[in-house]
Design a protein around this ligand. Structure first.
Ligand code: NAD
Ligand code: WQD
Length: 353
């Protein structure tokens, strides 16, 4: 039997793509999700693409909340009782909207911080000490130097970023409390975008998209009239903001690399950027998406969005050296796959869910 992994938030955007990669690599998965920002349909499609049966030993689904200690205790106890303990946890579950985190800070501290604490307490109690955690480049705030190495100061600028930094600190404290016990990979993602090339799974934001890529996709497919480009006077090659966009399948491969490494190499506390090391502007994305889709992407140049940095780009050296992982897919691949998903599912999962 394969290694068994508990995936919190596995129905979400990054989680669903990672489930696919892990199933194909032979891992058995149990997904815990409360579906507050996702649809069970994503997992139905993951099962179909990877030819496994839903709720077989390969892919089980538990509808529940990471903040509920009884749910977690039951999952770990049942796993042990059935002689199928979890070898590791990948912890995606959380809230991620920067704007919402200003409106509902206590909710963000509750789900992202208390939820993580509850999960870690259950892991500790059941002696499951291998964890891959979804952190974010947002912990760097306004970076002084780009590309950004992991040694850059942690200086969040919004409640969401503080919640991720708090969990990173909790993991450091936990690791220090029991050296040579924990195997932790804290992955700081840059800007995850795109979709599985099948077009069967992808990003499905509820309501008005906060982020560039889903907005551009919805303009291309005719759901929105035009993109607003936030700022054209940034100190960049064309005046628009520059980011390190990473194909979600590259990110999923990065999780597999981190998990494999933790299971093979033993106790450690790894903190690692996952990004490409290349920066693309808003207009680079618009042009690449227009070329990939053959659609016109109307846009208007408007004021800067408060809280934005001019440029964020990962220094991906550590991931290359420690995980032998680097991105393989280009911006053009990202746009092609994102468009395949958007065209096949113009309303996301809702039409077929
Ligand atoms: P997502 O919202 O698509 O996925 C998160 C999943 O967690 C969803 O399925 C949601 O239903 C679930 N969830 C939320 N609260 C829960 C709870 N209390 N109990 C159980 N399940 C819960 O987001 P994503 O883009 O896939 O992000 C995954 C993780 O990566 C998040 O922790 C996010 O903060 C982090 N991250 C995302 C990005 C990004 O731009 N997408 C960048 C950096 C870090
Ligand atoms: C990218 C660029 C915008 C929308 C966010 C979070 C970060 C992480 C990833 C979770 C910027 C511009 C955007 C639009 C635009 N998430 N833009 N028009 O802000 O880099 O990162 O997602 O951890 O924490 O902050 O991503 O996609 O919102 O913006 O011009 O309608 O696109 O100004 O330059 P961001 P984004």
């Amino acid at each position: 039997m394969g290694r068994r992994v508990l995936i919190t938030g596995g129905a979400g955007f990054i989680g669903s793509h990672t489930c696919l990669v892990l199933l194909e690599a032979g891992y058995d998965l149990l997904v815990l999700d409360n579906f507050s920002n996702s649809s069970p349909e994503a997992l139905t499609r993951v099962a179909a693409i990877s030819s496994v049966s839903l709720n077989s030993t390969r892919l089980q689904i538990e509808h529940g909340d990471i903040r509920n200690p009884h749910t977690l205790d039951q999952l770990f106890s049942d796993a042990a009782a059935n002689d199928r303990p979890f070898d590791a946890v990948i912890h995606f579950a959380g809230l991620k909207a920067v704007g919402e985190s200003f409106q509902k800070p206590l909710l963000y501290w509750d789900v992202n911080v208390s939820g993580s604490r509850t999960l870690l307490a259950a892991m500790e109690a059941h002696a499951c000490c291998t964890l891959v955690f979804s952190s974010s480049a947002t912990v760097y705030g306004f970076p002084k130097d780009v590309p950004i190495p992991e040694s850059a100061p942690i200086q969040p600028i919004n409640p969401y970023g503080f919640s991720k930094a708090a969990v990173e600190q909790m993991l450091a404290d936990l690791n220090a409390s029991a050296p040579n016990t924990w195997r932790i990979a804290c992955l700081r993602y840059f800007n995850p975008v795109g979709a599985h090339p099948s077009g069967q799974i992808g990003e499905d934001p509820l309501g008005f998209p906060n982020n560039l890529f889903p907005f551009v996709s919805q303009v291309a497919v005719g759901r929105r009239d035009q993109l607003q480009v936030f700022g054209s006077d940034w100190p960049t090659h064309d005046g628009t903001g520059v980011r390190d966009y990473i194909h979600v399948m590259d990110l999923a491969d990065g999780h597999k690399a981190a998990l494999d490494s933790l299971l093979k190499e033993g106790p450690q506390h790894l903190i690692c950027n996952l990004g490409s090391g290349a920066g693309k502007s808003v207009l680079d994305v618009v042009n690449a998406y227009a070329a990939a889709s053959g659609q016109n992407i109307p846009y208007a140049l408007v004021d800067r969005r408060p809280g934005d940095a001019a440029i964020t780009i990962a220094d991906p050296t550590r991931a290359a050296n420690t995980l032998s992982w680097r991105t393989k897919r280009t911006l053009s691949d990202i746009c092609r796959d994102g468009w395949t998903w958007q065209q096949a599912n113009p309303m996301g999962y809702r039409e077929s869910a």
